[in-house]
Design a protein around this ligand. Structure first.
Ligand SMILES: C[S@@+](CC[C@H](N)C(=O)[O-])C[C@H]1O[C@@H](n2cnc3c(N)ncnc32)[C@H](O)[C@@H]1O
Length: 214
C-alpha cells in the first residue's frame, strides 16, 4: 500500500537525489542486517501483532526483517520514494505487506497509533530547535499511550556531518534534555557501525516511553 502524506519541503529533494545517485548498498548508513535495531525491538517486549513504524526507514531492510519475525503491521515513512522503491524491489511481493508512506516526519499525522516507533539515523538530522519540536510533536501524536520509541543517533564521538548535512550528536543526558518532559529513557546502548567504505561510526540507541504522571 502506498500513501503520500502532506507537508513536505525542499529537504526531500536532497534525499531523493542521494538515493537516485547511488544504490543503497553504497551509502554510509547501509546495513545488510539491522542487528542492533532488531535486538532492541525484540528486547522491548513489543509483540508481533503490534503496529510498528520505521520513521525515516529509507531503503533499510528492517521492514523485511520484521515480517520475517512475524510482525504483521509494519509501516515505513520516508521522504524518498526512490529509497523505498529500492527496499520494495529487494522484498519483491512481500513488499505488499508493508505500508509505504512518502512524507515528512516533521508534519506527518495519521489517525492510527503505533506501539513502536523506530528511527535509526534520522533524528540527528533535526538540526534546529523548531525541527526537533516538530519531530517530537509527531512522535507524541502517533505513539500509542503505552508505546515505545527506539531512536538511534550518532554518539558524541560520532560524525558531525552525514550526506553533506550537519548532524547533532547525543548521549543520554543530551537527548533526555530534548525529549523531556514528554518522554523518559528506559535504556541506552552504544554501538559502532562499519560503513561500506570501511569507516567506523559511533552510534547510541535510546529506548523511550511516555513520561508517567507522578
Ligand atoms: C541516514 S538515512 C537512514 C535510513 C534508515 N533509517 C537506515 O538506517 O538505513 C536517513 C533517512 O531519513 C530520511 N529523512 C530525513 N529527514 C526526513 C524527514 N524529515 N521526513 C522523512 N524522512 C526523512 C531520508 O530520506 C533517509 O532515508
Amino acid at each position: 500500500m502506498n500513501m503520500i502524506a502532506p507537508g513536505e519541503d525542499g529537504a526531500r529533494s536532497h534525499w531523493e537525489s542521494i538515493y537516485n545517485a547511488s544504490s543503497c548498498e553504497r551509502l554510509s548508513w547501509y546495513q545488510e542486517n539491522p542487528e542492533d535495531s532488531l535486538r532492541l525491538i525484540q528486547e522491548s517486549g513489543v509483540l508481533p501483532d503490534a503496529a510498528v513504524i520505521d520513521a525515516g526507514g529509507g531503503a533499510s531492510s528492517l521492514a523485511s526483517c520484521l515480517l520475517t519475525l512475524g510482525f504483521q503491521d509494519v509501516s515505513v515513512l520516508d521522504f524518498s520514494e526512490e529509497a523505498m522503491a529500492q527496499a520494495r524491489k529487494r522484498m519483491d511481493t512481500r513488499a505488499e505487506q508493508v505500508s509505504w508512506i512518502r512524507g515528512d516526519i516533521r508534519s506527518f499525522r495519521t489517525d492510527r497509533s503505533f506501539m513502536l516507533w523506530h528511527d535509526r539515523a534520522v533524528f540527528h538530522f533535526m538540526a534546529g530547535e523548531e525541527d526537533r519540536r516538530r519531530y517530537l510533536d509527531t512522535l507524541d501524536a502517533c505513539l500509542d499511550p503505552d508505546g515505545l520509541a527506539i531512536i538511534g543517533t550518532f554518539a558524541l564521538t560520532g560524525p558531525s556531518k552525514c550526506s553533506r548535512l550537519n548532524v547533532e550528536q547525543y548521549d543520554a543526558e543530551r537527548i533526555a534534555g530534548v525529549f523531556a518532559p514528554r518522554f523518559e529513557i528506559l535504556s541506552t546502548m552504544g554501538s559502532t557501525h562499519h560503513t561500506p567504505s570501511g569507516a567506523s561510526q559511533d552510534f547510541m540507541f535510546f529506548t523511550f516511553r511516555r513520561k508517567r504522571k507522578s
